[in-house]
Design a protein around this ligand. Structure first.
Ligand SMILES: Nc1nc(=O)c2c([nH]1)NC[C@@H]1CN(c3ccc(C(=O)N[C@@H](CCC(=O)O)C(=O)O)cc3)C=[N+]21
Length: 284
């Protein structure tokens, strides 16, 4: 059986680091704070919010949820966001996405203050990530993938990596973060003729598509390292990933479970980013 890549372990070790840094800031009289901007009450937003609130509490980071009406206009949303940008007590801002359809994400991405943008919504942070400028803030879930690899001393440098899924929130940033580590990266997407053919060549396979158990046993080779970013609910109401875990676990050399894999690391990365942003804003 392949080794389980245990996200809870990774999250716990990140938490220790972040808690210590948050406490050091508090000793200096600086209180690190995250403000969450939620429009409406989407179940997936609420699921993430619950996890984020718990994690911030564990890291001694303050958090405020700014809950906005589901029908809010573009103009009012921009006004609210600018107020959070300018709030000196707030060091990190997380806006749940996707936003409802009356709001124009392509315009709003330019409004969020880049130095507070802890989940990489601003094109400034996207550009910094894409050129490997470490002063920026990277997206939490893709960074959680990298933190799992780092924790288990899996160095992507020079490795053949295949990313399944080219979304702006998972696949593309994972591609860029792996490339920054000098991996050889192939990205497969909806128009790829045969993703399984590329996946079988992978030393590290990262999957983020949002299709329950898309990746079957014949997509992996003996020894592949499999990282599953999917969080789905199957027809039986059971949480599952994008990888057919039960049929792959024996073939893979290492594999993340769902739940308990990437998804359990994301909020720890969020906390780490709030502390990073807080330090930068205080010249530390
Ligand atoms: N800017 C932005 N970034 C996001 O990352 C983002 C977002 N907007 N909008 C909403 C979606 C949804 N989302 C979830 C994350 C974890 C669970 C979840 O269930 N987590 C489990 C752990 C799952 C596991 O262990 O794999 C938990 O916290 O217990 C659900 C949903 C993030 N999102």
């Amino acid at each position: 059986m392949g080794q389980l890549l245990d996200g809870k372990l990774v999250a716990a070790s990140l938490k220790e680091e972040t808690l210590q840094q948050a406490n050091e800031l508090r000793e200096k009289g600086i209180v690190p704070k995250l403000t969450i901007v939620r429009v409406g009450a989407q179940p997936s937003d609420l699921a993430y919010e619950r996890g984020a609130l718990k994690r911030m509490a564990a890291c001694n980071i303050d958090v405020e949820v700014k809950e906005l009406d589901a029908e809010i206009t573009q103009e009012d949303f921009v006004k609210e966001l600018k107020a959070v940008n300018e709030d000196p007590a707030t060091h990190g801002i997380l806006i749940f996405r996707p936003l409802p359809k009356q709001l124009d994400e392509n315009a709003i991405q330019y409004v969020i203050a880049p130095e507070k943008d802890v989940d990489c919504f601003s094109p400034i942070n996207v550009a910094k990530m894409n050129v490997g400028d470490k002063t920026g803030l990277t997206p939490c879930t893709p960074t959680a993938v990298m933190e799992i690899l780092r924790h288990y001393e899996i160095n992507p440098t020079g490795k053949d990596c295949v990313v399944i899924g080219a979304s702006n929130v998972v696949g593309r940033p994972v591609f860029e973060l792996l490339l920054n580590e000098m991996a050889t990266v192939t990205i497969c997407h909806i128009e790829t003729k045969d993703s399984s053919k590329w996946a079988r060549q992978a030393e590290i396979l990262v999957v983020g598509v949002g299709v329950p158990r898309l990746v079957k046993e014949n997509w992996v080779s003996e020894g592949t390292i499999v990282v599953d970013v999917g969080i789905n609910v199957d027809k039986e109401g059971k949480m599952c990933g994008d990888v057919d875990f039960d049929n792959i676990v024996d073939k893979a050399s290492m594999i993340t479970p769902v739940p308990g894999g990437v998804g359990s690391v994301t909020t720890s990365v969020l906390a780490k980013h709030v502390v990073k942003a807080c330090k930068q804003q205080n010249g530390l």
